[in-house]
Design a protein around this ligand. Structure first.
Ligand SMILES: C[S@@+](CC[C@H](N)C(=O)[O-])C[C@H]1O[C@@H](n2cnc3c(N)ncnc32)[C@H](O)[C@@H]1O
Length: 260
């Protein structure tokens, strides 16, 4: 058991000293979790598969975009579909957003804003401004990416905060690609912060004693948020699944996909 936990801890902290990063706001995240490893799981024609009929701009949100390494790589990976793609990356860490802006190789198509996604007023204003800049009325985004972020929201805002975020994301997205962190990551995050002499995230202690009561991202999206699980693109090299969800109302041109 102890060995397993040590192994998990190393796998989740492969680089050793990650800084404190209490919100997962690691400053060199993409040096130890390269975007390419995850993109290898995602088909290049993903947007064509999801929006076969669309000719207008597609609006994509990247929640917790860190320094933009995945956002740019994802944009380049999928932007060959016929419609123009516009991506909004949000992160609560101002330093990471400034890094993302200064290295943005596609400023016409990718935009970054410092936003706490759990702050309803700010996030909605930023989102409406983004959609307005594309000439779109308020309404759902075409696709939202939520990669390795759910645990941090969960740890800092508890079950209620994670559920409120997932409900908001579902109400505002036609499709969601989520990479939830499994439970072993929670323990590793708690251990890492304790090792660094940092306070444990507020909700962690409450979750330790009641594993069955914890919010399960996949179940909550499907049972409470009107989403349906479409497919898993497989596990990343860190053993985290990449899960695609779609709104329950069938989209135009959408075909049945692997529900397994
Ligand atoms: C582990 S990193 C994942 C980065 C990126 N999504 C990826 O997978 O490549 C988690 C990111 O989520 C951000 N984050 C955590 N809580 C957030 C919140 N409430 N609002 C916005 N960003 C948040 C952190 O600052 C950090 O950059």
């Amino acid at each position: 058991m102890e060995n397993d936990e040590l192994k998990e801890s190393r796998r989740d902290s492969p680089q050793g000293d990650l800084g404190t990063a209490p919100y997962g706001n690691f400053r060199c995240y993409y040096s130890f979790n390269p975007a390419e490893a995850r993109l290898a799981l995602i088909p290049q024609n993903l947007l064509y598969q999801l929006f076969p009929e669309t000719t207008t701009s597609l609006a994509i949100l990247d929640v917790g975009c860190n320094s933009g390494g995945f956002a740019v790589a994802f944009y380049q990976h999928v932007c060959t579909c016929s419609s123009p793609v516009h991506l909004l990356g949000l992160d609560l860490d101002p330093w990471l957003i400034s890094q993302a802006r200064s290295t943005n190789s596609h400023p016409q198509n990718i935009r970054y804003e410092q936003t706490d996604i759990t702050d309803p007023i700010h996030r909605d204003a930023v989102l409406q401004d983004f959609l307005g800049s594309l000439g779109r009325e308020p309404g759902p985004l075409d696709l939202s990416l939520c990669l390795s972020v759910t645990m941090w929201i969960h740890l800092h805002h508890g079950d209620a905060g994670l559920k409120a975020f997932l409900a908001w994301l579902s109400a505002n997205s036609r499709w969601i690609l989520v990479e939830p962190q499994p439970w072993r990551c929670y323990r590793a995050a708690g251990r890492r912060l304790r090792r660094l002499g940092q306070a444990e995230p507020p909700a962690l202690a409450g979750m330790l004693g009641r594993p069955r009561a914890r919010c399960d991202v996949k179940a909550f999206l499907c049972e409470e948020c009107g989403m349906r699980f479409v497919k898993s693109f497989g596990d990343t090299t860190w053993g985290r699944p990449m899960l695609l969800f779609g709104r329950n109302t069938r989209q135009e041109g959408e075909e049945d996909q692997d529900e397994g």
